[in-house]
Design a protein around this ligand. Structure first.
Ligand code: PEP
Ligand code: MN
Length: 373
């Protein structure tokens, strides 16, 4: 159930409603909208029935009591009355009219590679730096990430570039260590339905980037988000990263329709990962432009100073030398969807989407030809 308060409701009215809901055994989640307060009464079916019979309609300050129609409650757009969640990561906003450019290596390989990538993406105006210290690999024989040392290098990259860090946690036993460095905790596609991990991240209160499972429906993605939200953590960013279909011509099928449809269902920000969907560098820019055009709140992409030597996911990594031109093109596409690049310096390059010289970029300074991907 959800209780919509009147615009004129006082703080005492709100507190009285919360107390009544809690006395009925349900949890009260208060959502402060721009105009009104909404209080979600979240409990099991039995508790829902007892909340419904509390007679809250007649209580001072209450406008109306409504049933939440979706199986996910806190994630639903109905719960916020159509208001969009904007998440603040160290002053950098994600959601609303803000467009987040999240970029960095697939995995932290070395100090030099991490710091160089950090500088490249910072100079191009990125919002956040991504990088994995714990890597979910299909093969147990493949490189599994640098672990704690990788986290330490990410902390160093943050100290040098000022970019907040997005990094993945796979195992609950590493969570405390990851939380020492991660400004946003990534939950990988393969862990989307690891419910104890989701609940623990919910309890941590840290912003979470929740990637859609390889074969998960949007309802399942939103139910996974609900596990985090239910623990009192409102900072969830959804991520479409490609799903499995019958098509074999490319690695995954990037489901861009998920963006407008998720926006119809949920107030949470949605970013798109074209790198893991495509598995191919040449598709990353066109898919990023499409993601921006379809209304995504950002993209998360892989970048490497020298992808040919990357330890993992080299074929999909944007070349460091091309990144400034890429960032400028994506910023333009986001502007068409009335979104502004969030945080950092605006991309220094004014490179047109058709190519050209990204003046002031590392590529131009080094005399390398800025090839658009
Ligand atoms: C990643 O972002 O590094 C990653 C492994 O992505 P996914 O979980 O979407 O495969
Ligand atoms: Mn990767």
């Amino acid at each position: 159930m959800m209780v919509v308060m009147k615009e004129t409701a006082t703080e005492e009215d709100v507190v009285a409603v919360i107390k009544k809901i809690e006395r009925a055994g349900a949890r009260a989640h208060r959502i402060r909208g721009a105009r009104v307060n909404v209080i979600g009464a979240i409990g099991d079916v039995e508790q829902d029935v007892s909340v419904a019979s509390l007679g809250l309609e007649g209580q001072p300050g209450v406008d109306r009591v409504m049933e939440i129609l979706k199986p996910y409650k806190l994630a639903s757009l109905q719960m916020t009355h159509g208001e969009r969640t904007v998440i603040d990561v160290e002053g950098r906003k994600i959601g609303g009219e803000h467009f987040a450019l999240i970029a960095g290596p697939c995995t932290v390989e070395s100090r030099a590679q991490t710091l160089e990538t950090g500088r490249i993406v910072r100079d191009a105006g990125a919002t956040l730096l991504r990088g994995g210290a714990y890597k979910p690999r299909t093969s147990p024989y493949a490189f599994q990430g640098l672990g704690a040392e990788g986290l330490r290098l990410l902390a160093e990259a943050k100290a040098e570039t000022g970019l907040p860090i997005v990094t993945e946690v796979m195992d609950m036993r590493d969570l405390d260590l990851v939380l020492e460095v991660a400004d946003v905790v990534q939950i990988g596609a393969r862990n989307m339905q690891n419910y104890p991990l989701l609940a623990e991240i919910g309890r941590s209160g840290r912003p979470a980037l929740l990637k859609r499972g390889l074969s998960s429906t949007l309802d399942e993605l939103l139910m996974a988000a609900e596990y985090i939200l239910k623990e009192g953590n409102p900072n969830v960013i959804l991520c479409e990263r490609g799903i499995r279909t019958f098509e074999t011509a490319y690695r995954f099928t990037l489901d861009l329709m998920a963006v407008p449809v998720l926006k119809e269902l949920s107030h949470l920000p949605i970013v798109v990962d074209p790198s893991h969907a495509a598995g191919r560098r040449d598709l990353v820019q066109p898919l990023s432009l499409a993601a921006a055009a379809v209304g995504a709140d950002g993209v998360i992409v892989e970048v490497h100073p020298n992808p040919d030597e990357a330890v993992c996911d080299g074929p999909q990594a944007l070349r460091g030398a091309d990144f400034a031109a890429y960032a400028a093109a994506v910023t333009q596409a986001a502007a068409l969807a009335r979104k502004t690049l969030s945080g950092g310096e605006p991309a220094r390059t004014a490179a047109p989407a058709t190519g050209g010289d990204p003046a002031g970029s590392g590529a131009a300074a080094s005399g390398r030809e800025p090839a658009l991907v």
